[in-house]
Write a protein that binds this ligand. Structure first.
Ligand SMILES: Nc1ncnc2c1ncn2[C@@H]1O[C@H](COP(=O)(O)OP(=O)(O)OP(=O)(O)O)[C@@H](O)[C@H]1O
Ligand SMILES: [Mg+2]
Length: 256
């Protein structure tokens, strides 16, 4: 589904700090169709940048990105319009992804209607069905983003992406604001939808237990490089790279 070859991304400095920072350092990655790849690594190592770069929400310096067999590296934002429905992202800070001046209903309806997926009445029925999946009441539809909680916004952002039945979703800390029981239900929903529609996920998270339980494979990132990729339990129980060993050890220590 996704193939990334030698992706490199630097962020420019400014007039005070002239130096450039290398955030993606020759990253190559393969995400097979229908699987969930977990992406782990300490804060600031480049996970969100990689997620956004794959979806072409950020320009890169060099490298190639393939989506479903097509080389999309040079696609303009115009070329991307048709593809956008098929590749969604749930941002780490979901409050920035909803329009503050529009109701939740508007934010959920708009993409469905723009992409002509169903008529308005059908869409509203579908939205109500998805709200039940994520344990939200219908009354939330008439509210504005500032009138709902962070965890509720995360769930709205999630169902908004899922309603479009994309082929690929980047889930960037998509369940981090939720308590364990709601989180478990969302994970179940993600799995159910994956089985039904064969969606591929890139799941970025700091919760290594959750990553291991939910993902088929895990990629480990350190300072802009992918240093290890393997099957979920292999990476968790038998990490090869010293950095991965340290990361998992630290996670386990703080968990206990
Ligand atoms: N637009 C930007 N301009 C300049 N530097 C940026 C920009 N976005 C990210 N960075 C820097 O790039 C590095 C990687 O950031 P990124 O958000 O990808 O990390 P991350 O692995 O997702 O971290 P976290 O786990 O904390 O979310 C960080 O040092 C960050 O400060
Ligand atoms: Mg991040």
């Amino acid at each position: 589904m996704i193939k990334v070859n030698n992706l490199t991304k630097t962020f420019k400095g400014n007039s005070f700090i002239k130096s450039k920072s290398l955030v993606l350092d020759n990253v190559s990655l393969h995400i097979k169709k229908g699987i969930t790849l977990g992406l782990i690594g300490e804060s600031g190592c480049g996970k969100s940048t990689l997620g956004r770069a794959i979806l072409k929400l950020l320009p890169c310096n060099s490298g190639e990105i393939y989506f479903d067999g097509n080389n999309i590296t040079k696609y303009s934002s115009r070329d991307m319009i048709d593809l956008r429905k098929n590749m969604q992202i749930i941002f780490q800070h979901p409050d920035t992804s909803l329009n503050p001046s529009k109701t939740i209903l508007f934010s959920l309806l708009e993409p469905i209607l723009i992409h002509n997926l169903m008529d308005k009445n059908e869409a509203i029925e579908k939205i109500k069905e998805f709200l039940q999946y994520v344990h939200l009441k219908e009354e939330i539809l008439s509210r504005y983003p500032h009138q709902i909680s962070g965890g509720q916004i995360q769930r709205i952002a999630l169902i908004r992406a899922l309603l479009l039945k994309p082929k690929f979703i980047v889930l960037d800390e998509a369940t981090s604001m939720l308590d364990v029981s709601v989180q478990a239900q969302i994970i179940q929903l993600l799995k159910k939808i994956q089985e039904e529609f064969g969606i591929t996920y890139l799941f970025i998270s700091h919760d290594l237990d959750l990553v291991t339980a939910f993902c088929d494979e895990i990629a480990v990132m350190n300072s802009g490089k992918i240093i290890e990729v393997g099957k979920n339990y292999d990476v968790y129980n038998n990490p090869q790279h010293d950095y991965t060993k340290k990361l998992i050890h630290t996670f386990k220590k703080f968990k206990d």
